[in-house]
Ligand binder design. Sequence first.
Ligand SMILES: Cc1cc2nc3c(=O)[nH]c(=O)nc-3n(C[C@H](O)[C@H](O)[C@H](O)COP(=O)(O)O)c2cc1C
Length: 193
Amino acid sequence: MFETLEDVRRDCANRLIRAAKDRKVPMHTPAVVTSDVDARTMVLREFDAEAWTLRFHTDTRAPKVAAIEADPRMAVLFYDKGAKVQIRVRGTGRILRDDPVTQAAWEKGTNFAKRCYLGKGPGAVSQVPTSGLPAAFEGVEPSDEDLHPAWDNFAVLLVELEALDWFYLAHTGHVRAQFEREGGEWKGRWVSP
Ligand SMILES: Cc1cc2nc3c(=O)[nH]c(=O)nc-3n(C[C@H](O)[C@H](O)[C@H](O)COP(=O)(O)O)c2cc1C
């Protein structure tokens, strides 16, 4: 099934493409790791298989945004228990604020999803359990006009991949391969699991 390094690299690409499109697969919500030694679950919105870039959406006020802007080294961890495949990737993060890519992503979202960017920023302290949302929009879809202030809080995170580590669990013996990108070309090797 995975006889050549090219088979494995294609498997990585296919899984990432599917992970972005299919909210039911476990790889849709990877752990995203920043250089400040922190990790969090995020929804993978897109995988550009030409540029080998992951796209995520986030709030400009989230602590991870400042961490990425201070040091853009990142890792993202995907695991699909059913498929018995782990994919670890490393790359460089870039936060896009007021940008055509950000604008296109914003326009595609529903008003209900955009509502999250209307509230207090992630990590804002409260004396009581809170969604951080203005009371008027708790469970209520805002209008386009209501959402104007939310746009300023919306950002795209792109992670340009530079290294891949693919691990397949098998009774007959696990299999693992690594790839690094040099000058746009991926160079792979088999490694012991
Ligand atoms: C299933 C799930 C999906 C999430 N998706 C996102 C997301 O797409 N973008 C995001 O910024 N935070 C997302 N979060 C929230 C983050 O995990 C995190 O709590 C928040 O972004 C604050 O992170 P920070 O303090 O590291 O900046 C998600 C959480 C869960 C549980």
